[in-house]
Design a protein around this ligand. Structure first.
Ligand SMILES: [Zn+2]
Length: 307
């Protein structure tokens, strides 16, 4: 896989205004750059980094201007001036679109994520085929979440297309809700195709039995903003999934600025359990890093009815 798929940690410098804001929202503003999902919103990509080819418009019916792509964001001349965003206050979700033209989709997009999963239409969809292998644990705290960058070579097949697993990260509580109820947390396994299309597998996490598959990660969550660090142990993404792998599927977006659309969302219908202690290891660092659910609009929501 090409290097740009791997999320980048970038040290940053803060303007006086940012420092002032940081003092007002210290935790939420720990992250300096919107490095989310596949590291696509890399506002701090070093100048020498080769720009990615612009991905194709993932939703051709939409005007291109409504879909600021992550690659465009990364290549923008003003990347080091990209605004900071948070989950509360003046730079919170209600204000993301106003923070930057690049974030316009956060406000004007009609296919945004997350959503409340209400009444999906049952469908006999082709199963996602998981080709996951264990990976070293390369963990970072980007100021918005804790993320584990995944070794290359693991991928899914979705509707005949290969999407390579780049990373997974956490939100607490969950971003997607089911019938209005949030889970305790959610992981997003972020995949990217060769032509830069994104597919995310979401797994809802609830308080319950301890889950060994998550333990090595939960033992190594960086409390402060930090670059990628390889830690002890391995993680197997296959073991992070529930045993029953049917999904809710819909077309959505990044759940963080720039809120780019064209993301194929696959939320597991079956939550998995983590112990209270495991969940607390994460929420001690990040709590409330969930974007509110967005309007479903005219979109279709399907539930795969056949394991
Ligand atoms: Zn996410």
């Amino acid at each position: 896989m090409d290097a740009p798929n791997v999320p980048l940690y970038t040290p940053s410098t803060r303007s006086p205004k940012e420092k002032m804001l940081s003092q007002r929202f210290p935790i939420a503003l720990m992250g300096m750059c919107s490095i989310l999902l596949a590291g696509l919103a890399a506002c701090g990509v070093p100048q020498e980094a080769p720009p990615e080819a612009p991905p194709e418009a993932a939703v051709p019916a939409e005007p291109a201007a409504a879909m600021p792509t992550a690659a465009e964001h990364a290549a923008a001349p003003a990347e080091h001036d990209a605004p900071h965003w948070t989950y509360e206050g003046e730079a919170g979700p209600d204000h993301w679109a106003a923070l930057s033209e690049e974030f316009a989709a956060c406000g004007s997009g009609l296919a945004q994520s997350p959503i409340d999963i209400g009444e999906p239409a049952a469908a006999d969809l082709a199963n996602i085929v998981f080709h996951y292998s264990p990976s070293a644990i390369k963990v970072l705290n980007n100021g918005h979440t804790v993320q584990v960058n995944y070794d290359t070579g693991s991928y899914i097949e979705l509707d005949g297309m290969r999407y390579d697993l780049a990373q997974f990260h956490f939100h607490a509580p969950s971003e997607h809700s089911v019938d209005g109820v949030l889970a305790d947390a959610e992981i997003h396994l972020v995949h990217k195709s060769a032509d830069d299309k994104l597919a995310v597998v979401g797994v809802l996490l609830n308080d319950g039995a301890a889950n060994e598959a998550y333990q090595a990660v939960m033992d190594n969550l960086p409390a402060a903003e930090s670059p990628e660090t390889k830690v002890e142990g391995m993680v197997d993404a296959a073991a992070l999934l529930p045993a029953v792998q049917t999904t809710y599927r819909y077309a959505g977006s990044l759940t963080t600025p720039p809120c780019s659309e064209g993301v194929a969302w696959n939320v597991m219908t079956t939550p998995v359990e983590l112990s209270a202690e495991q969940l607390a290891a994460y929420t001690a660092i990040f709590s409330g890093n969930n974007r509110p659910v967005q309007a479903m609009g005219e979109r279709a929501l399907a539930e795969d009815s056949t394991p």
